[in-house]
Design a protein around this ligand. Structure first.
Ligand SMILES: Nc1ncnc2c1ncn2[C@@H]1O[C@H](COP(=O)(O)OP(=O)(O)OP(=O)(O)O)[C@@H](O)[C@H]1O
Length: 261
């Protein structure tokens, strides 16, 4: 089956302070429809760069990126990126409802737009806050508004760059579960960048670890944990702990040694 999003022999070179720097080399990744794939790697390994290239926000300098089999030359229709920085992604002079409508208001009539916005806000549990301004909401709620804005476009692919990285542990856990639920309803394909090993194992069908300089994929790991997953019982399973152990090792940690990155 044609992957929903893929890259082949991907190479990315960016300008650095003392000349061009080869950030990614020989990266091959195929993500199937409705699959949840996480990208892990130490700081600076190129995770965000890879996500931006997959989203058509940054051109590849070598190799190819395809969406539903078609080479991409810019952001493809139906592919939406969600960033960590929710505070700067929302427009403070627009209500929550009007922020969520941003991506669809130019192409949909009023009735359909309202329906989509209500649907997206219901999915993230914020319908009752629709008429407030985002700056009156907590950080976790603001990030849910950003996710609702992406969902209102009914994306085929969500590219998420550390979307829960700035949130406290409880809010993060609750948003992880909401995201799982939304994905099971919508069958959206998700590529998710994170620093958090537990988060990647908990959410993913498969994860990849970037390493080396230039980076390529050093480890690909299937996560066959049963769904739906639960914050306590899934994380107590022996297979969860074994998978988590393998990822830490791939990131360069060994038992009894402090984290390196
Ligand atoms: N626009 C740019 N121009 C030049 N170099 C860049 C640019 N963006 C990123 N880089 C460099 O590319 C490398 C990879 O950066 P990237 O942000 O993709 O890493 P990352 O794995 O997402 O890091 P982190 O986990 O710290 O967010 C870094 O060395 C960074 O300095």
């Amino acid at each position: 089956m044609t992957p929903t999003i893929s890259c082949t022999d991907l190479e990315v070179t960016l300008p650095g302070a003392s000349g061009a720097v080869n950030i990614l080399a020989g990266v091959n990744l195929s993500v199937a429809k409705a699959e949840f794939v996480s990208i892990l790697g130490t700081s600076g390994s190129g995770k965000t760069t890879l996500l931006r290239v997959l989203g058509g926000l940054l051109p590849a300098t070598g190799g190819e990126v395809r969406c539903d089999g078609t080479p991409i030359q810019g952001p493809p229709d139906g592919v939406v990126t969600v960033f960590q920085d929710y505070a700067h992604s929302l427009l403070p002079w627009r209500t929550v409802r009007r922020n969520v409508a941003l991506g669809i208001e130019a192409r949909l009539g009023r009735a359909e737009r309202d329906e989509r916005v209500d649907e997206a806000l219901t999915m993230v549990g914020l319908l009752e806050r629709a008429d407030e301004y985002p700056w009156r909401l907590s950080g976790g709620m603001q990030q849910r508004v950003q996710i609702a804005r992406a969902l209102a476009t009914r994306p085929r692919v969500l590219l998420m760059d550390e979307p829960f990285g700035a949130l406290d542990a409880m809010t993060k856990a609750s948003l992880q579960d909401q995201l799982q639920q939304v994905q099971s309803l919508t069958e959206t394909t998700i590529v998710f960048v994170t620093h958090d090993v537990e988060e990647a194992v908990y959410l993913s069908d498969r994860l990849v670890v970037l390493n080396g300089s230039p980076a390529d994929i050093g480890l690909t790991l299937d996560i066959p944990l049963p769904r739906p997953r639960h914050q306590i019982s899934t994380k107590e399973r022996a297979d969860y702990l074994e998978l988590r152990h393998r990822v830490y090792e791939a990131l360069g940690h060994t038992v009894g040694e402090p984290a390196r990155g």
